[in-house]
Ligand binder design. Structure first.
Ligand SMILES: [Ca+2]
Ligand SMILES: [Ca+2]
Ligand SMILES: [Ca+2]
Length: 232
C-alpha cells in the first residue's frame, strides 16, 4: 500500500518542496509560482476582456434605446397606414359590389327589371296624383303599358288594385298615358271604363283591378291605391 501512495504522490508534485535536494526545490518552486502568477494574470486579462465586451454590448443597447423607440413608432405608423389602405380598399370593393349588383339588372335597389324598363311596386297606397308625384321624384312615372307581356308582368306581381299611368282627366273619354301617348292596346274589364261612381262622381284614373289580373277599370282619382312606377 505504501508503494501505491508513494506513486500517487510522485505523480502530483504541485509546488511541493522535495526535502532531499533543497536547491532544486527552490528552482522548482520558482517555476511553479511563476506559472501560477502567469495563469492568474491571464485569467484577469480574460475577465477584463469579458467585462469590456459586456460593457460595450450593454452600452450599445442603452445607446440604441432611442432608435428602438423610433423603430416602434415607425412600425406603428406603418401598420396604421396599412389599416387605412385596407379600409379604403374595402370601401371601394363594397361600392363596386353594389355597382355590380345594380349593373346586373341596371335598376336601382328595390326596382325590378323587365324588358328595357325598371319597375317599382309600391307597398303604400296614395291618390293617383300623389302616386305619380312619388314616381316622378325618382326619375320615373306611373307605368305605361305598351304590350300584352308588360300587362301580364305588372299584373302578376300585385294581387291588390294598383294605379297605372292612365287618365282621361284632361278630356273625358279620351284616355292618355302619362307620357302623352294614346292607347294602342286596351285591357279594360268588360263594361269599363264607365266613368261612374255613385259615391264620388267621375272616374278619371285607370287601375288594374284586384281579383281580375290584367283587367283595367276606371276609378275616382281620389282613391288610395298601391301603384307601379316605371323608368327606362
Ligand atoms: Ca312600359
Ligand atoms: Ca272619366
Ligand atoms: Ca269604373
Amino acid at each position: 500500500m505504501e508503494a501505491v501512495y508513494g506513486n500517487v504522490k510522485s505523480k502530483n508534485p504541485v509546488c511541493q518542496l522535495p526535502v532531499s535536494n533543497p536547491p532544486a526545490s527552490i528552482k522548482f518552486n520558482r517555476r511553479c509560482y511563476l506559472s501560477v502568477i502567469i495563469f492568474m494574470v491571464m485569467l484577469s486579462v480574460l475577465l477584463l476582456a469579458g467585462l469590456i465586451v459586456f460593457s460595450l454590448f450593454y452600452g450599445d443597447s442603452v445607446r440604441n434605446l432611442p432608435e428602438i423607440s423610433d423603430s416602434k413608432d415607425n412600425v406603428t405608423e406603418h401598420l396604421n397606414a396599412v389599416i387605412e389602405r385596407l379600409n379604403s380598399r374595402l370601401t371601394e370593393a363594397t361600392k363596386k359590389l353594389m355597382e355590380f349588383k345594380q349593373g346586373k339588372t341596371g335598376c336601382p335597389a328595390e326596382w325590378i327589371r323587365f324588358g328595357s324598363s325598371c319597375y317599382f311596386f309600391s307597398g303604400e297606397s296614395k291618390f293617383w296624383d300623389a302616386a305619380r308625384k312619388f314616381c316622378r321624384a325618382r326619375e320615373a312615372d306611373l307605368v305605361v303599358i305598351n304590350s300584352n307581356d308588360e300587362n301580364t308582368f305588372v299584373s302578376a306581381l300585385k294581387k291588390e288594385s294598383v294605379w297605372i299611368g292612365l287618365s282621361d282627366e284632361a278630356s273625358e273619354g279620351t284616355w292618355k298615358w302619362v307620357d302623352g301617348s294614346s292607347l294602342t292596346l286596351e285591357f279594360w274589364r268588360h263594361g269599363q271604363p264607365d266613368n261612374h261612381d255613385d259615391r264620388y262622381g267621375e272616374e278619371n284614373c285607370g287601375h288594374i283591378r284586384n281579383g281580375f289580373p290584367g283587367q283595367w277599370n276606371d276609378l275616382t282619382c281620389y282613391t288610395s291605391l298601391q301603384f307601379i312606377c316605371e323608368k327606362d
